[in-house]
Structure formats: C-alpha cells, structure tokens
Design a protein around this ligand. Structure first.
Ligand code: NDP
Length: 710
C-alpha cells in the first residue's frame, strides 16, 4: 500500500530540532565508539559475511583463507590476523548465523503469550522466509556437513539445538505430560531440520517457508489433539491456547496498549453465520442506499480524524504528521469513492436478434474476508471493506495481530453510520485465525495484504473451496532517474519512496537507479536532505521518521544493513538503532542510504521494509530497463525524466502493476493499485476492484417459441 496521497507536504527537514528528535547527522557525530574500533569491527563483520557468501557458493572445501582473502580484497595474512585458522573463522561465521537466528527467536517469543503461540514462534523463526533464502540456507547446510568434524562448529550447533529444545519442551509441558512434551519437542526439532534439508537438497524447489510452516503447524495441532494420556485434557488446553490474548504494544515505547482475545473456529463460524444472515438484505438494497451508508461512515471518519490518527500512531509507531494527513483521509476517500460508484453498478444489455436478448447482472459474492498487514491498518481495512460493501457483500476483516486497534474503530463507525450488524465484523487473531477465514467453506473470497509467503499460503488454502483471491504482496521496486530529470523532484521522490512510514511501505522504490552523469550530484543532495530527517517520538508533530513495528522487524532491518556493508555497499548515512534517550525504549532506526550497490546484493534483491535505500548507477535505457525488471517482484516502478516519449516508452516496458512518472508513492483511490509477478494478483481501488467483489450472471431471454428438434 503506498503511503502519501497527492497533497502538499512541508519540505523535509524544515523544522528546528526539538528535545525528542534526533537528526541522523547528530547521531553520526555523537557516537562514542572510536572510529578505529568501528573499522576493526566492520572488517570482522565483512570477513564473516564473505565467508558465508563463499560457503553458499563453493561449499566448505572450496572456502579457504586464501579464497576468503581474495573475495574480501585483503591479504590472507590479514584474515589470519583476525581469525587465526579456517576452522576458527568458520566457527565465527556459524556463530553469527546462529546468534542472529537466536535473536529473531527471542523477539518472536517475546511477542507470544501462550504456550502454543511460543511453540509456533520457534517454528516460525526456524522456517521463516529468510532461512529459505538460498544464501543463508546453503551456508547452514555447509556448516551442518562439518559439525561432526569441527569442534567449534559442534559447540555452536549443540548450544543452539539445546536452547531450541528447551524452549519447546518448557512450553509443551504446559500443554502435555512431561514425557510427551519431550518427545513432541524432539519431533518438532527433527521436522524442522528435515523440511529444511529437503528444501536445500532440492535446490530450494520442493519446499518454501510458507508451506513448511503450514505443514509443521498442522502437525503440531494434530499432535496436541491426540496425544496419549492427555488426550482428553489437551484439546481443551489447545483450544484455550488458540483463543489466546493478543498483546498490543506501542512500538515507540514498548508499553502495552491493550489485550484482545483471539478468535478461534467457534467465533469465526458464528461471525460467518451473522454475516450471511445480514448480507441477503444488504444485497437486495439499492446501490444508492448502500452508498449513503458509506458516505455517512466517511463523514464520521473525517470527523474523528485526529482521534483515529492518534490511535494509529500509538499502535504503528508512524509519525502523527503522517497519520493525521494521510491514513484516515485515504480511508475516507476510499469510502466516498465507492459510495459514488455503488448506485451505478450495472450489468449490460445484449441484443441477440429479434427472438431473444441477453443481459448480465453484476451480483455480490456473498461473505468475503479481508486480511490486513500491519503498516497501514486503518487504510487497508477501508480499502478492502469499501468496495466489498458497495457491491453488496458482507466482510469479515482480520487486522494484523500487531495492529488490531483501528479496525475495531472502523467497525464502530460503520455501525454508527447505519450499516446493519454483521456486515462488517472484525475478527482478531494471528495467522491461525487468518487461515480459518481462508479455509472457510462459506467465505467466497479473500483479499490479503501481506508478504509473498503468506500470499502463497492463502492461495493454497483458498483453493480447497475455490475462493477468489486478491493478493497485495511485497515488492522491491525500481525508481529510475534519467540524466534530464529535475533533480530535486527526483530526490523528493526517492525520499518519499524510501523513508515515509520509516520505509514500511510495500510499493517503495528501494532500488534507485541513477544515470552515471548525475549520480554524484543526486547522491549529494539526497544525503544532505536525509541527514535533516527528524527521527523522533511519533506523537511529536515535528517527527518525520517514527518507530519500526516490532523488535523482530528491527532485528531484520538491522541485519540487512549489516549485510549491505559486509557485501561492499557504501553506507552514506547512519543506519543504526537509536540507543540513547527515550527513543531507546522503542524500535527506531535512522535512515540508511547505500551507494556503490550491485544488483546481486541482498539489500538490492530482497524486500527489507525499512528505511534502507540503495543507489545503483546505470549508463543507458536498455540496460536500466533490463536491470529494473530483473526481480521476482513487480509491484511498482517510477521514472523521473523530462523526456515525454522516453517516460512512456520506459513505463510501458517496466514489469510493474503501479507506476509513476515524475512522482513516487502517490495512490489516488481512482487509480487501481496492485502488482504483477510475485507482487500479487488482482487490484484494489478504482473501478477495477468492482470486478473483484462481484460476479456476473448471464441471462438469456427468449422472445418467441422454443424451436425444438425433439
Ligand atoms: P504477513 O504476510 O506476515 O501478514 C499479513 C496478514 O496475513 C496478517 O494479518 C497475518 O496475521 C495474516 N496471515 C499470516 N499467515 C497467514 C495464513 N497462513 N493464512 C491467513 N492469514 C495469514 O505480512 P506483514 O503483516 O508482515 O506485512 C508486511 C508485508 O506485507 C510485506 O511483505 C509488504 O510488502 C506487504 N504489504 C503489501 C502491500 C500491498 O498493497 N501490496 C501493502 C502493505 C504491505 P498475523 O498478523 O497474525 O501474522
């Protein structure tokens, strides 16, 4: 979901510094680590990362000190100076991988508040999409192959396994007798290794993160239902665990905002029944009537703009300057747009000659589901519910477990606007609750905003009941700046397309291709304006960059920044966690601009979803189009040029669903929004969304007698 609407914003960096804000330039100068220590540490990190790269590409035997030295562009003596021998270096690299996995695990466990959710956290961490990344996956495999022979590796492996098993055992013991808990923990660990090994040995074709997690989740659910002497007690306990409480946290402070019960099968079934009952009358109402309800809801949204923006900021960590001007307004605009279209929904009349005519009826699908991501909670709820309701459907909406609050407010607003009960219901929960929606036989469609892995899982689950799907997924979009572009506009586009909402925007133009002749000037201006960005308390109206959504996500973003440096990109700005003052309580990262990037770097290939911008240089149009398209994603793209014909020629060749010429990330409701390739299916917004929330009925009408051969 792209962030800003087409509205004028104050220029970046035009405010004076205040107590809670911190500019990235200040952070640069105030660091207490000496530059020498930093250089040493950076060198160590670089050598470790190069080792992981080498293991992934040429395996254990091919990874020698000499090879690592050559790849890192240093002497073999220097590598030996830092690490001694090959085994010590490999142990350090293995420890790095294991530590970062353990940190991700801790972050997930901290968010899980029931034993079942904690078991799931272990599964989800070990089988997360980044572990199925060919680079880290193949490196893990190379390490495993040597664990029995190298003592240092064995120590790391044993420590990691022991911790994982003890986490699993201690949580499972709360659900099962000790012996069964122990055996199930061992089985889960073995299955994680097995699924992973199979994926690696099939060259990552036979398993992916989402299906591996789904497999293990189903296995654990099944075991918790059936196990031995606890067979009678366990299902109850498991059911209780499923109806867990979501703990909602303010990512800027770590404070708990609310606790909400998660919905399980019984609640979903009841919600579907209520929705079905209400939907028939709603579908029979005139479009104009439905439009009037949406109009009233839009008006209430606008009246409550500041209150809703405040709540959204508390829950997402996004600056109040954004939520007050964009999030609620974008939702209201969407409701107004579909309110206008509702009365005009129509089929066609078809002339079939003198003896017959035909017509089509555009009918609602029935009960549909919306599942949202955490970056634009209210906006996503509006973007899905407005067309669904305008077309005569009922919608069950599940917000992301991290950001469930404003969708509840939207439900209240719809009721206050006169929407009959049951037509828009918010259900709460984690992925499990989402899956209950996508697998429900009576739900006719699911619209998801989320990651590619979740998109695949949702589509697979929807297949059983042949549900329609709309998938708004991730991206790694190109923003191309030609030599004749108006430079300041292009820099503004790059800032909007990378640092708005702390970079947590799916359509961000994170691969910024700049023509060689203007790169130096572009980078200088970009850097200067980024240094003035104010990272601060999201509730402070002066703040321009707020908090990332969670500790786990922070860890992921910082990991990418470390890998960017290790793989040879030049970090031009700070790009670190804020660890001083009040902001240290939250998940704040200062913007990172990388120069000297290559297309094969992780920061250039993978979606980061944080404030990390990569500058890539190009020479000619043909080359940049090929490189821009060289990704599995295809959500968005932007071109900055003053050459009219080139702008349209290039846009026509870019493989992306949503494009901008001389702007970036503006998303007026009138324009359909969505992706191609792995970035999704279907469109939100515009008239296009109507196609996705209705089905056609064709009617043949005979005007004469039936001419029958029988
Ligand atoms: P996820 O894919 O992790 O989650 C999205 C939603 O799906 C959440 O509500 C989640 O529940 C739910 N979910 C997870 N697994 C399942 C499942 N198996 N069945 C049904 N529902 C499930 O995405 P994030 O919330 O982490 O959001 C970030 C991602 O979303 C990024 O990749 C980003 O690019 C993408 N995105 C795409 C946009 C677009 O319009 N194209 C806009 C915004 C974000 P839970 O919260 O409990 O995990």
């Amino acid at each position: 979901m792209a962030a800003p609407r087409n509205r004028v914003r104050r220029p970046v960096g035009s405010h004076s510094l205040n107590r809670r804000s911190i500019s990235t330039r200040d952070l640069h100068t105030s660091r207490d680590v000496s530059s020498r220590d930093e250089a040493e540490e950076a060198r160590r990190v670089q050598l470790v990362e190069v080792t992981i790269d080498s293991l992934a590409e040429v395996g254990y035997v091919g990874t020698t000190l000499a090879v690592i030295a050559r790849r890192a562009g240093v002497s073999a003596g220097l590598v030996a100076h830092y690490f001694g021998d090959k085994d010590t270096l490999l142990s350090a690299a293995f420890r790095t991988l294991a530590r970062s996995l353990a940190a991700r695990m801790r972050a997930r466990l901290a968010l899980a508040h029931t034993p079942r959710a904690r078991v799931q956290a272990v599964i989800d961490t070990n089988l997360a999409p980044e572990e199925f990344d060919r680079r880290s996956g193949t490196a893990w495999l190379a390490f495993w192959g040597q664990v029995l022979h190298v003592e240092g590796l064995m120590r790391v492996q044993t420590a990691y396994q022991r911790r994982m098993l003890s986490n699993l055992r201690s949580d499972l013991r709360k659900l099962l007798p000790a012996a069964e808990a122990k055996s199930l923990a061992a089985m889960i660990a073995a299955m994680i290794d097995g699924v992973y090994l199979r994926a690696a040995l099939s060259d990552w074709r036979e398993a992916d993160s989402a299906s591996a997690r789904a497999l293990l989740t189903a296995f654990v659910d099944e075991r918790l239902k059936d196990l031995g002497p606890a067979a009678h007690a366990a299902p109850e306990r498991a059911a209780r665990a499923r109806r867990a409480h979501l703990r909602v946290v303010n990512p800027a402070t770590g404070a708990v905002l609310a606790e909400l019960p998660a919905d399980g099968p019984a609640q979903i079934d009841a919600a579907v029944a209520r929705a079905q009952a209400a939907q028939r009358a709603w579908a029979a109402a005139s479009g104009a009537e439905r439009g009037r309800v949406l109009q009233r809801a839009a008006r209430l949204l606008r009246e409550r703009n500041d209150e809703l923006a405040h709540l959204e900021t508390l829950n997402t960590g996004k600056p109040i300057s954004e939520t007050r001007t964009v999030d609620v307004a974008s939702g209201a605009e969407c409701l107004e747009y579909y309110a206008g279209l509702a009365a005009g929904l129509a089929g066609e009349h078809l002339n079939l000659g003198p003896a017959a005519f035909g017509y089509t009826r555009r009918e609602p699908l029935g009960v549909v589901a919306g599942i949202g991501a955490w970056n634009y909670p209210l906006q996503i709820a509006c973007w899905k519910s407005a067309p669904a309701l305008a077309c005569g459907n009922a919608m069950l909406f599940k917000p992301a477990e991290l950001t469930p609050l404003t969708a509840v407010k939207l439900e209240e607003i719809y009721r206050e606007a006169g929407l009959p009960a049951g037509l828009f219901q918010v259900v709460q929960g984690e992925a499990e609750t989402g899956a209950l929606l996508t697998r429900h036989a009576l739900i006719r469609k699911v619209s998801l905003t989320g990651s590619v892995g979740t998109g695949k899982a949702v589509m697979a689950d929807a297949a059983a009941s042949l549900k329609q799907v709309t998938l708004e997924l991730g991206g790694k979009s190109p923003l191309i700046v030609f030599a004749d572009a108006k430079l300041d506009n292009a820099v503004s586009g790059a800032l909007l397309g990378n640092f708005y909402s702390a970079g947590e925007v799916c359509s961000n133009g994170t691969r910024v291709f700049v023509h060689r002749s203007i790169r130096a000037e572009f980078v200088a201006r970009l850097r200067a304006r980024t240094a003035r960005l104010r990272v601060g308390d999201p509730l402070d109206p002066e703040t321009q960059v707020g908090a990332l959504i969670s500790a786990e996500h922070l860890e992921k973003v910082l990991g990418f920044i470390a890998r960017g440096r290790a793989q040879g990109a030049r970090l031009l700005t700070d790009g670190t966690r804020v660890t001083s003052g009040e902001l240290a309580r939250g998940y704040f990262v200062t913007p990172a601009i990388f120069d000297n990037c290559r297309d094969d770097m992780d920061i250039v290939r993978q979606e980061i979803f944080g404030p990390v911008l990569s500058v890539l240089e190009f020479e000619d149009e043909e080359e940049v189009v090929a490189r821009a398209n060289g990704t599995e994603f295809g959500l968005a793209a932007g071109v900055f040029t003053n050459d009219l014909t080139r702008a349209h020629r290039v846009i026509a060749r870019l493989e992306a669903g949503t494009c901008w010429i001389n702007h970036y990330n503006v998303t007026p409701i009138e324009l359909p929004f969505g992706g191609v390739k792995m970035s999704g299916l279907g469109r939100e917004n515009g008239r296009a969304a109507i196609e996705h929330y209705t089905q056609l009925k064709s009617v043949y009408v005979a005007m004469g007698d039936v001419d029958s051969p029988y």
